[in-house]
Design a protein around this ligand. Structure first.
Ligand SMILES: NC(=O)c1ccc[n+]([C@@H]2O[C@H](COP(=O)([O-])OP(=O)(O)OC[C@H]3O[C@@H](n4cnc5c(N)ncnc54)[C@H](O)[C@@H]3O)[C@@H](O)[C@H]2O)c1
Length: 308
């Protein structure tokens, strides 16, 4: 299969590429402007095109390379940045998307898989969050993700493209940067490895649904086979408090962690967990990685070779 991965030089992209290159029949291209990605994340047998998804060259790339499928990961990924820079956020996440969708339509791409986010649910408290929950994003980033979902649905309805929306919970794992969504595991890993204390906002009883990046990569890969339009949470359906997360960190690192409890951050969601029933029914992805195993891999990465 000829596959384009936009944003392939980023955190999640790097794990998707690792998986895609295992199948020698895949011909893989990455399009990335390296805004937050790293060229070193791209394996040698993958073609790298350094390009902005908003560029007028995008159509030419599609015409030349004749893709069957696109995994669309390229995005402005930071919620606070979206609040301060709504125009730029919309420009990258919506104009960039439309540029990719039009190029896909005009060149007969069959499938688009998209990385959406739990941010589309906003502060909804009907936990665990189901895919059919009313969407009320409370950030511009959440709005652009929600709007993208509608574009994908309508491109399916009008042009028959297979379009799959995957709403990721808090993704963590090796190579994660501190800037984007869900960076708490990455921040804690670095601090604990450096024997520094960690700051916890509020009482530490706030919860998140931490999903390991290699599981995300497996789902993205499986979704290339999905037909029609579909929306799926990609999550563990398990609520883990920050205090529990720290306990698991103590187990995998062997360290006694020094914690500073500081005041809550305005606007932070207190509890978050996403139902993954639909995901499990639709995709044959087997058992998800346990938090302990995922954290061990992540901590070891940041504590040793990957620490920069
Ligand atoms: N990490 C999470 O917890 C999480 C959760 C939900 C959704 N997502 C989504 O998953 C996707 C991947 O996120 P990530 O965590 O790997 O982030 P990342 O920042 O590591 O990767 C994003 C990649 O997109 C590239 N990019 C940004 N703007 C671009 C542009 N205009 N043109 C071309 N390339 C551009 C960056 O250089 C980077 O390589 C994003 O769409 C993000 O919104 C991530």
């Amino acid at each position: 299969m000829k596959i384009l991965v936009t944003g392939g030089a980023g955190f999640i992209g790097s794990h998707v590429l690792e998986m895609l290159v295992r199948d020698k029949d895949n011909v893989i291209t990455v399009m990335d402007n390296l805004a937050s990605g790293n060229k070193e994340n791209i394996p040698v047998n993958v073609t790298f095109i350094e390009e902005d998804i908003r560029s007028s060259n995008v159509l030419k790339v599609f015409q030349e390379r004749n893709f069957d499928a696109v995994i669309h990961l390229a995005a402005q990924t930071m919620v606070p940045y979206s609040i301060e820079n709504p125009s730029e956020d919309a420009d990258i996440n919506l104009q960039g998307l439309i540029n990719i969708l039009e190029a896909a339509r005009l060149t007969g791409v069959k499938t688009i898989v998209f990385s959406s986010s739990a941010a589309v649910y906003g502060n909804s408290t009907s936990l665990p969050l189901n895919e059919n929950e009313p969407l009320l994003p409370n950030s511009f980033y959440g709005i652009t993700k929600m709007t993208t979902e509608h574009y994908l649905r309508v491109y399916h309805e009008l042009y028959g493209l297979n379009t799959t929306v995957l709403r990721f919970a808090n993704v963590y794992g090796e190579r994660q940067g501190i800037g984007g969504e869900g960076g708490v595991v990455c921040i804690f890993s670095r601090k604990i490895a450096a024997n520094k204390s960690i700051d916890v906002f509020g009482d530490g009883e706030q919860t998140r649904d931490f999903v390991y990046v290699k599981d995300i990569a497996r789902v993205l890969y499986s979704a290339l086979e999905h037909k029609g339009f579909g929306v799926f949470n990609v999550s563990t359906n398990t609520e883990v408090s920050v205090n529990e997360l720290i306990k698991t960190f103590e187990k995998v690192s062997g360290a006694k962690i020094k914690i500073n409890y500081v005041s809550e951050r305005a606007g932070d969601i207190y509890r978050s967990v996403l139902n993954n029933k639909a995901l499990k029914m639709e995709f044959p992805i087997g058992t998800l990685t346990s938090l302990e195993e995922g954290l061990r891999n992540t901590y070891n990465y940041f504590a040793h070779a990957g620490r920069k």
